[in-house]
Design a protein around this ligand. Structure first.
Ligand SMILES: [Zn+2]
Length: 73
């Protein structure tokens, strides 16, 4: 049985599906029985989703040209 500490240390592997099926099964079993780790993984998943949504906006070609023109002046 996995310990809560192991869940916290390898949570990113779980979220990125970088585990074998037996490791994943052990995770699912622990999360089924441990409300604290279930909350932790849920919060981590939400945090990751928010970080992906907050990508920096890209500048248009016109904006890049305007900046390059000012740099050259
Ligand atoms: Zn736990």
């Amino acid at each position: 049985m996995l310990k809560c500490k192991q869940i916290a240390e390898h949570a990113s592997d779980y979220l990125e599906h970088q585990q074998t099926w037996s490791q994943r099964l052990a995770w699912k079993l622990h999360l089924f029985m441990c409300v604290n780790c279930r909350r932790f993984v849920k919060q981590l998943k939400l945090t990751c989703a928010m970080c992906i949504d907050k990508k920096s906006p890209e500048a248009s070609d016109k904006e890049v040209d305007a900046v390059m023109t000012k740099i050259k002046q």
